[in-house]
Write a protein that binds this ligand. Sequence first.
Ligand SMILES: NC(=O)c1ccc[n+]([C@@H]2O[C@H](COP(=O)([O-])OP(=O)(O)OC[C@H]3O[C@@H](n4cnc5c(N)ncnc54)[C@H](OP(=O)(O)O)[C@@H]3O)[C@@H](O)[C@H]2O)c1
Length: 269
Amino acid sequence: MDPHNRVVILTGASAGIGAATARAFAAAGARLVLAARSHEPLERLAAALPGALAVPTDVSDPGQCRALVETAVSRYGQVDLLINNAGVGLAGPVATLASAALERALAVDLFGPLWLMQAVAPLMRAQGQGQIINVSTVLAEQPLPYLGGYAAAKAALERLSEAMRMELRGTGVRVTVVRPGSTRTGFSGHRLGAGREVRRVAPRGVPPEAVARTILRAARREPARAYVTVGDRVGIWAARLVPSLVESLLSRVIAWDHTAEPEQERSLP
Ligand SMILES: NC(=O)c1ccc[n+]([C@@H]2O[C@H](COP(=O)([O-])OP(=O)(O)OC[C@H]3O[C@@H](n4cnc5c(N)ncnc54)[C@H](OP(=O)(O)O)[C@@H]3O)[C@@H](O)[C@H]2O)c1
């Protein structure tokens, strides 16, 4: 769809990829409904973008998700595009993963998008058109050691997205998964779990604006799945073609340091 004049709900808009995506869609003429928990950066961003509305929302709360969609409908009368971008990382060896941390990651990365998909799907069906874009990660297909909890949450989100795409076939409503790789945001600094993985080789990562451009293109072209870089796509192909080689390589180049502070500067997918 052409985003011009379309009503777009975008979660995780207060920072990183979400803030860059908000700017990209505003430049394309979309009418934005921006959601995240932090009021201040959200209000500041909305004030800087023409026609944008800030609706502070914790996506892990189903009531707040319903209220977000109701606010968009009462303001604009419709929802054309939902972008489930809010997310949180989780680091730690699977053997010692704390259930509370995993439950929190699932609440934000899986259940939040689900509550919002459930709130917009009937509306979009009635409109006869709409799109849902779920921001996943390349790790949903090929996890890294020590990021298994996060990869599991995003893999579950991808399976829900694929099933829903089939369920909505013929209704005019499309479901797209965007799979970024390493992106330079504050994501690693915000993630759950203590300690961090140590990599012998670490990707530099792309700027959040590159992911925002991919999301904008995904809105225009409505593919089932979209990657940000050729390298991400090639990495997934390699993992499918020679899985044991890829696993052996990854387990050799990534170790766990339970005493290390989380990284602040560079994000890992
Ligand atoms: N950075 C990477 O390397 C990378 C790679 C692949 C995929 N991704 C995915 O890209 C998406 C955006 O990540 P990012 O890199 O932009 O991370 P980020 O800079 O940490 O931003 C995360 C955003 O999600 C929001 N958020 C977190 N918990 C929330 C909740 N409970 N309710 C509502 N909003 C919430 C945050 O705002 P508040 O704290 O204000 O709520 C913030 O706006 C995530 O889904 C992530 O999994 C990131």
